[in-house]
Design a protein around this ligand. Structure first.
Ligand code: ZN
Length: 300
């Protein structure tokens, strides 16, 4: 029935589907997310095919009321600038590697974070929440100039709004993507879902959302090391311990930290984190499309 109308296009699309099927579940357990079997079979269209009005099918095996639609979903017809090139092929780093990531900036803390990273020769990744002041724009430029990766987090960071629908998410995403592209001349290719890829606000749409973002070529990163730096009254020492202990469990670590103005203890912890891990032989790198994403999985 539906299977006959499920059509696969191009290697990149096969790659995207494969990734959906093989994503790790370890971090999902660690962070307390329940695991879900990938119930949907999603046909993924190229941009050209969307523009020609191609067919799209979602078959939600666990939800017979919504089991399948042969209509081109509205969000596929919208946001036609939101596509990036991506062959979804990953390269394992030669050395054990730490990807420091900073969410929710930029803020007054951001240039200080950049100073420390520069001092230690460390490249990192910044998942940006929309700010279009001249100062914020100068930070975006500095990040790129100093070899960091600039990526999208959110325009509003209001979960209820962002996750109201796939269209709502794309609309939110587009605002920050356009801003960063305007300032730096480069379209961001990576993003992090506010609250992580599977959260209490997107349970009804996360499969469609992930499939749609991957269809458009974007790569999303969850994390496998939490600094817990947004907890109340967490000390710099505790943040450092959380990160160092977490990194020691992995060959590749994606470390969640924040550079909002309130995260002064993150800033204070940063030199110790870098010094300790460098002395233990870890490399630091910025994320790019060649880095296999850590994702909260929904396969088992
Ligand atoms: Zn955030």
């Amino acid at each position: 029935m539906y299977w006959g109308s499920v059509r696969f296009f191009k290697h990149v699309i096969l790659g995207a589907v494969a990734i959906l099927l093989v994503v790790s579940i370890g971090s999902a357990f660690y962070f307390g997310f329940s695991c879900h079997r990938l119930a949907g079979q999603v046909a993924l269209l190229s941009r050209d095919e969307v523009e020609k009005g191609g067919m799209f099918t979602v078959y939600a095996a666990e939800d017979s009321d919504n089991a399948g639609s042969n209509a081109l979903l509205s969000y596929q017809k919208n946001f036609l600038e939101l596509y990036v090139e991506n062959n979804f092929s990953y390269v394992k780093p030669k050395n054990k590697t730490v990807y420091l990531t900073f969410d929710d900036g930029p803020s007054s803390l951001t240039p200080k974070v950049l100073d420390i990273l520069k001092q230690y020769g460390v490249k990192a990744t910044f998942f940006i929440v929309y700010k279009d002041s001249d100062q914020a724009k100068s930070y975006y430029k500095r990040m790129v100039d100093e070899g960091h990766t600039l990526a999208v987090h959110s325009t509003t960071h209001i979960y209820k709004q962002i996750y109201a629908s796939v269209d709502a998410f794309l609309n939110d995403f587009e605002g920050t993507s356009n801003l960063l592209e305007d300032v730096t001349g480069t379209k961001p290719q990576l993003f992090r879902f506010p609250g992580g890829s599977i959260n209490a606000y997107n349970r009804g749409i996360y499969m469609q959302l992930i499939a749609e973002m991957m269809r458009r070529g974007y790569t999303y990163y969850d994390w496998n090391v939490g600094s817990n730096d947004t907890a109340m009254r967490v000390s710099a020492e505790q943040i450092e311990k959380n990160v160092v202990d977490g990194v020691r469990q992995n060959y590749e670590s994606n470390v969640l930290m924040h550079d909002a103005a309130s995260n002064t203890n993150t800033l204070a912890a940063l030199p110790g984190i870098i010094e300790t891990l460098q002395s233990e032989g870890y490399s630091f790198a910025a994320l790019d499309q060649s880095v296999r994403p850590v994702t909260f999985g929904y396969v088992d």
